[in-house]
Write a protein that binds this ligand. Structure first.
Ligand SMILES: *[C@@H]1O[C@H](CO)[C@@H](O)[C@H](O)[C@H]1NC(C)=O
Ligand SMILES: *[C@@H]1O[C@H](CO)[C@@H](O)[C@H](O)[C@H]1NC(C)=O
Ligand SMILES: *[C@@H]1O[C@H](CO)[C@@H](O)[C@H](O)[C@H]1NC(C)=O
Ligand SMILES: *[C@@H]1O[C@H](CO)[C@@H](O)[C@H](O)[C@H]1NC(C)=O
Ligand SMILES: *[C@@H]1O[C@H](CO)[C@@H](O)[C@H](O)[C@H]1NC(C)=O
Ligand SMILES: *[C@@H]1O[C@H](CO)[C@@H](O)[C@H](O)[C@H]1NC(C)=O
Ligand SMILES: *[C@@H]1O[C@H](CO)[C@@H](O)[C@H](O)[C@H]1NC(C)=O
Ligand SMILES: *[C@@H]1O[C@H](CO)[C@@H](O)[C@H](O)[C@H]1NC(C)=O
Length: 844
């Protein structure tokens, strides 16, 4: 007995000693610790940390072939570090001596202070020896006064060279730099891959960039209160529904660190506060708390969740699930069983492939497990870091080599010769290969059933494209086989190169989840839009197929038409008719294009509604667009609206079904809440998104704007509040004030309101929406007809005020009149058909 007691006592003492040792280890002292203020002649102190002038330290040097320029400002700046800057008219480098290899923070501070150069329009590119950190960043395109960037790079040599590259005739600049050691334990090499069974490994070789770091339910934690100098911000503005969460907090000193989690992982300030499930106004206790984060879909993200049960009264009460996007990340997590006590921190890492998610957001959700005693969930902290891509870049697709100014060398000449030799060899092999293919094809000619043959993207399989007149020349794999020729014209890659001047960046029209869109000119002079998919994304391949498949079936005046495609050399290129006036959104806000008149806006909405109505009802099987938004409504040179981007489209429910079950896809801010909750897709999801579009058109602001006060972030929520009070005119575009017929506006508001109904069944069909918008236009035109009697349209006889109409009278089936609008000529007769029915809606 005594022995047993002794053993217990010894182990207790041991544990105590260990935990003391552990605490002393917490005082992390970075070996490399450069805090630099650039262009300054004085030390700068920020929150207890001293930044030294960049030319007064011997352990790093500034290397530049030209002169750097110093700029200082004594007007008020957001932080003392921004009082000075160093400007580089030619590429220049800071070279740091590194004493300890391993992970380091690289933190950069930028603020465009007043100087002789316009720093707001100066593109800044920053690279290390191995990684692109910043590529052509311009303040003019950025919605913020200053820029703070934090990177985490594993340095494996005894120097670090940070190079700042200006574009020609401009300058690059920087205000402050930190290069600071980080404990190696902070970032592991492996993390659980979300939606993949195998873990993701190889992180130690990749660079990370902090994009979000949140102290859930708590205040801003500043570098002063974090041993690694990190900043943690409050999470509230990222909550999808703010009332879904309530904050809880305890005294930070009650947080009990155990081996494995140290204050370097996260300070106790972070673990001492959390968001839990809010119970106010919630009928069902089982729901998710969801945070939504805009991200660049072309990158993978490292996600670290910090958990600590500060909410429960007893052990093993709290069992909950954590989701990243819609994938389960931590299932039935019982924190007590992992930590053995309450208030003990725990963290878990994930790698998320948001590129597979077809959206520009990453979401994190927590929700109670069905088996839990109490229905609750906690989240204390969250970090989301961008992972460098295949080009070893954190910003764009260019590699360091492509961005560094070229020094012409003998190597390149040698390269050309080698290239020529290899090229001719490849050509010879290809000819042999084609001959082989033709023979193989002849013997296999009957076996050609599927229009879409699934082939591995990286695979070596070779397919022939029937639509093309020439055979495939190169030896690289073609990704898709199009055995049917009605998919539009086949373009050769060379034709596309010629049309877009080799994908000249100055012809870039836009960049989306799928890839980049260029303006092109075919050799017959036709203007086209060329969408080039990112060949490495599997999701892109699926979208590419969907888009060709959908568009080749559909022809309509209000749908963007596909001219052809190119799948040569693993490319996924789609060629569309050129829409000279670009996306609707750019005519609403964010640019300085002239404001659209109310009538123009109505006509555009009507055009888009026609396109969607045709999608829903025009084809044999209805088609749900799934990504209706103002960037997917394009305008041609006559401002005729056309619906674009069918990458996410799905054929609708068959006759005997009411919905299609599917993973939630689409764009946040436009997403049907019912679809989000039940994952059941109907045409009414498009109607909801279209309602958001209508509100956007009226209020000229983005669907989601996290920068606004909480109740205004989501346009659907905000505008509905005003609409329900009958005060929608208070929040409409100020440029419209006094220029809109109130009856027309009222009709428009009601239409949008009905589209945004909580439940799909309460929403009108697209045909009804169209009808109501036509009515709103009619109201507008009759009112202006009074002031402009020369208006010559026969449709504008002021009959409407005489005929009281009920909105969305479902007994009126307008579909017959509208579905015939499948070709351009039918369009006008359709319009009058609709109008003639306005006179007597029940007379059918
Ligand atoms: C700046 O700080 C360093 C180290 O803290 C000190 O040696 C130096 O004298 C200071 N310089 C000025 C101008 O205050
Ligand atoms: C900055 O300070 C200098 C000298 O202290 C003064 O001459 C100058 O007017 C100040 N500039 C601004 C923008 O305040
Ligand atoms: C940094 O990279 C080296 C070499 O790849 C590797 O051995 C080391 O474990 C890495 N360190 C960290 C902290 O990832
Ligand atoms: C926690 O929530 C309360 C109200 O629910 C709020 O007053 C307080 O500011 C919140 N605390 C933090 C740190 O966000
Ligand atoms: C930060 O630390 C200071 C003193 O070290 C303390 O007074 C303050 O409350 C802390 N604040 C937060 C939010 O961590
Ligand atoms: C929470 O979200 C996940 C992922 O989107 C979903 O599978 C789950 O059903 C949701 N739970 C509740 C209670 O809504
Ligand atoms: C993410 O997707 C890319 C391409 O789709 C794939 O190569 C990579 O392995 C994926 N990573 C994870 C962690 O799933
Ligand atoms: C949510 O926002 C409303 C205002 O829109 C505010 O009154 C409420 O306190 C917020 N709730 C939480 C939990 O922050």
């Amino acid at each position: 007995m005594v022995e047993v007691k002794l053993v217990r006592w010894v182990s207790l003492v041991l544990a105590l000693v260990l935990s003391i040792a552990h605490i002393s280890y917490c005082d992390f002292n970075p070996v490399d610790n450069y805090l630099i203020t650039c262009g300054s002649s004085q030390n700068v102190s920020i929150q207890g940390r001293f930044f030294l002038p960049d030319l007064q330290q011997s352990s790093f040097v500034l290397k530049t072939q030209g002169n750097s320029i110093v700029a200082t400002s004594n007007s008020s700046v957001p932080s003392p570090i921004f009082q000075s800057a160093r400007l580089f008219p030619v590429p220049a480098s800071y070279k740091f001596d590194i004493q300890q290899e391993g992970r380091h923070w690289i933190r950069l501070y930028f603020y465009p202070i007043d100087s002789n150069h316009n720093l707001r329009s100066a593109p800044i590119t920053v690279v290390t020896e191995n990684f692109v950190l910043l590529n052509n960043f311009i303040f003019d395109n950025y919605n913020g006064a200053f820029l703070f960037k934090e990177y985490l790079v594993n340095l494996t040599s005894d120097t670090l060279t940070l190079t700042f590259i200006p574009s020609s005739n401009s300058v690059a600049f920087v205000n402050g730099i930190e290069v600071v050691s980080v404990p190696d334990e902070l970032i592991p090499d492996q993390a659980q891959a979300v939606s993949h069974s195998s873990p993701f490994s190889g992180l130690s070789d990749l660079a990370l960039e902090t994009v979000y770091r949140l102290n859930m339910g708590g205040p801003l934690v500043t570098p002063q209160n974090d041993t690694l100098g990190r900043t943690w911000e409050n999470d509230e503005k990222y909550l999808h529904v703010n009332s879904s969460a309530v904050n809880v907090s305890v005294n930070p000193t009650t947080i009990k660190y155990r081996p494995g989690v140290t204050p370097e992982i996260a300070p106790n300030w972070v673990y001492a506060t959390a968001e839990t499930m809010g119970e106010a106004n919630v009928p069902v206790l089982s729901f998710n708390v969801t945070w939504v984060f805009p991200v660049d879909p072309n990158f993978m993200y490292f996600v670290r969740v910090h958990l600590c049960d500060i909410a429960s009264k007893a052990l093993n009460n709290l069992v909950f699930n954590t989701y990243v996007n819609s994938d389960i990340a931590l299932a039935s997590l019982d924190l007590s069983s992992l930590t053995g006590a309450l208030a003990v921190p725990y963290y878990k890492d994930f790698v998320s492939n948001s590129s597979m998610e077809e959206s520009n957001t990453l979401t994190l959700s927590i929700g109670p497990d069905s088996d839990a005693d109490i229905s609750d969930a906690v989240m204390n902290g969250l970090e989301i870091m961008k992972i460098s891509n295949g080009a070893r870049s954190l910003d764009g697709l260019s590699s360091v080599k492509a961005l560094l100014p070229k020094t012409p060398s003998k190597k390149s000449k040698l390269g050309i010769i080698v290239g020529l030799v290899v090229g001719s060899l490849v050509a010879l092999l290809s000819i042999a290969w084609c001959a082989f293919c033709v023979i193989a094809r002849k013997s296999n000619a009957t076996n050609q059933g599927h229009p879409w043959l699934a082939l591995p993207i990286y695979g070596n399989s070779q397919t022939m494209t029937k639509g093309s007149t020439t055979s495939q020349k190169s030896g690289t794999a073609s990704i898709i086989s199009l055995a049917s020729s009605n998919f539009g014209r086949f373009f050769m890659f060379q034709e596309i190169m010629d049309a877009t001047n080799k994908f000249d960046e100055s012809l870039l029209l836009g960049v989306g989840g799928f890839g980049r869109v260029y303006n092109g000119t075919l050799d017959d002079g036709t203007q086209v839009a060329v969408k080039r998919g990112n060949p490495r994304s599997e999701q892109g391949l699926a979208e590419f197929r969907t888009e060709i498949e959908m568009l080749s079936k559909l022809r309509h005046r209000h749908l963007v038409s596909l001219i052809g495609y190119c799948d040569e050399r693993s490319e996924m290129i789609l060629v569309y008719e050129y829409m000279a006036n670009g996306p609707l959104r750019s005519h609403l806000y964010g640019t300085d294009l002239p404001a659209l008149s109310w009538k123009q806006r109505l006509e555009i909405c009507i055009g888009a509604a026609r396109g969607l109505h045709y999608l829903h009802t025009g084809a044999a099987q209805s088609i749900i667009h799934r990504d209706v938004k103002t960037t997917n409504i394009l305008l041609d040179d006559n401002f005729v609206a056309k619906v674009a981007d069918f990458g996410l489209s799905k054929t609708g429910p068959a006759l005997d079904q009411t919905h299609v079950s599917t993973a939630v896809k689409g764009s946040f801010g436009y997403l049907d809440p019912e679809y989000f909750r039940r994952q059941q897709l109907t045409e009414k999801s498009d109607v909801y998104s279209f309602g958001v579009v209508l509100m956007e058109v009226l209020c000229t602001r983005p669907a989601l704007n996290p920068g606004l006060p909480r109740e205004q972030v989501n346009i659907a929520e905000w505008a509905m509040n005003w609409q329900k009070k009958g005060l929608l005119s208070q929040i409409m575009d100020t440029k419209l004030i006094g220029k809109v017929n109130p009856a027309s506006l009222k009709k428009f508001g009601e239409t949008a309101e009905n589209c945004l109904a909580e439940y799909g069944v309460d929403r009108p069909s697209m045909g009804d929406v169209l009808w109501n918008l036509e009515y709103a236009l009619q109201l507008e035109e009759t009112s202006s007809a009074v002031t402009e009697p020369e208006d010559n349209s026969t449709n504008h006889i002021p009959i409407i005020p005489l005929t009281p109409l009920q909105p969305f009278d479902h007994s009126v089936n307008m579909n017959d009149g509208v579905t015939s609008s499948t070709d351009d000529d039918a369009e006008d007769s359709t319009t009058s058909a609709v109008f003639s029915q306005l006179v007597n809606p029940r007379g059918r």
